[in-house]
Write a protein that binds this ligand. Structure first.
Ligand SMILES: *Cc1c(COP(=O)(O)O)cnc(C)c1O
Length: 378
């Protein structure tokens, strides 16, 4: 069985270092916000080109904390994508804010920045783009206009740590150009912990201080609470493990890019490009392929058939995401209906994520594409 993700392969590379580090942390008995957390935060800051990194308990919490730091009022509008993981929108409704969706692009699956501009109203306070599947949304094109209108940007970078865009010759890292970038270290992410973990990143000293306070129940000084925050901290153990993996991140992201390139070549070689839409990497983008997501040109049920066919042949795939966020039952009160976001709704019926992870072999990739080819010939 070839799984969509096999973490055991990269684990081999870091097993010895990680086990001895775990022993070290256990011996220290320093579990909450220990020195490893601070070290890891400094390393993320330097990775992203300087700023303030604040660890927390999960990517979902990081989104909630980031919105809390902006001092919003109930009813304020947050423009975001309907094509993402649930947490992108639950953080908004949880705080009594109103999500306003803008449709995505059919090629990159990221939010369409032209649509974002059309959705701005006097109540718009935040823009919350997601850099989906490892590729950055070209938000720099609309940042000046958003800044002018006083709209803050929170980048959901849960899937894209290490991806960047080359603009005017300089690298703009995902999560480092908006007001606050949000990261997740859920085990399946490109940088994954041995459990839950998350991070906020900001260039603003003011937001940095605020986020640090918010993650410890709103207390700058212990037992003296300026405001009500969350209990959301990154464990020392997780930070220690993540520091070892961070050293490998660029090599692992590069390996994913190589795997994506090989898939593209195989699909071309098998003459499948008419049937299988391969991931589009926009000009200037360094895509880190958190997922390699293909789109089947005919949204006529073939996607689900292919999913089952691959599964019968021992190949694990996944559907990210099978239901648009504006159509989720718990968001009914927002009033979204089928047909509101046709591009996104079409994607939910036509996308399929194929196996991709450091250590996936060329033989396995050939088997995947061979089997897809067989499916279309039957
Ligand atoms: C994984 C993910 C999150 C949430 O991260 P957790 O650490 O699992 O809470 C948020 N947004 C996106 C786009 C994600 O992929």
């Amino acid at each position: 069985m070839l799984p969509i993700l096999d973490l055991k392969r990269s684990w081999k590379e870091i097993r010895e270092d990680t086990l001895s580090k775990i022993a070290e942390v256990m011996d220290s008995q320093d579990f909450i916000l220990g020195s490893e957390v601070g070290e890891f935060e400094r390393e993320i800051e330097s990775f992203l080109g300087g700023g303030h990194a604040v660890g927390c308990a999960s990517g979902s919490d990081a989104l909630v904390l980031a919105l809390m730091a902006l001092d919003l009022n109930p009813g304020d509008e947050v423009i975001t994508t309907p094509f993402s993981f649930f947490a992108t929108v639950s953080c908004i409704t949880r705080l009594g804010l109103n999500p306003v969706f803008a449709d995505v692009r059919p090629d990159t699956y990221n939010i369409d920045t032209d649509e974002v501009i059309k959705k701005i109203t006097p109540r718009t306070k935040v823009f919350l783009p997601v850099h989906i599947f490892g590729q950055m949304t070209p938000i720099e094109s609309i940042m000046p206009e958003l800044n002018e209108r006083g709209i803050k940007t929170i980048e959901d970078t849960a899937q894209s740590l290490g991806s960047y865009r080359l603009t005017n010759g300089s690298k703009d890292y995902a999560g480092a150009i908006g007001d606050i970038g949000v990261f997740s270290f859920f085990p399946t992410k490109n940088l994954g912990a041995a459990g839950d973990g998350g991070m906020m990143f900001t260039k603003s000293t003011e937001f940095g201080e605020r986020l640090k306070k918010l993650r410890v129940h709103g207390a700058k000084k212990q037992y003296f609470h300026d405001e009500v925050g969350l209990n959301s901290r990154l464990d020392t153990l997780q930070a220690a493990i993540l520091r070892i993996k961070l050293k490998k991140l660029e090599a692992w992201n590069k390996a994913r890019r190589e795997i994506a390139r090989k898939y593209n070549e195989l699909f071309k070689g098998k003459d499948l490009l008419e049937k299988v839409f391969i991931p589009a990497e926009s000009q200037g983008n360094y895509h880190i392929y958190h997922q390699y997501v293909v789109k089947l040109n005919a949204p006529d049920g073939k996607r689900d058939e292919l999913y089952h066919f691959l599964s019968e042949h021992g190949i694990g795939t996944k559907i990210y995401y099978p239901l648009s966020l504006h159509l989720q039952k718990c968001f009914e009160f927002i009033g979204g209906k089928a047909g509101d976001f046709p591009v996104c709704e079409n994607l939910t019926k036509s996308v399929l994520a194929l196996p991709i992870f450091p250590g996936l072999t060329e033989n396995e990739q050939e088997f995947v594409v061979e089997t897809i080819s067989k499916f279309f010939k039957k």
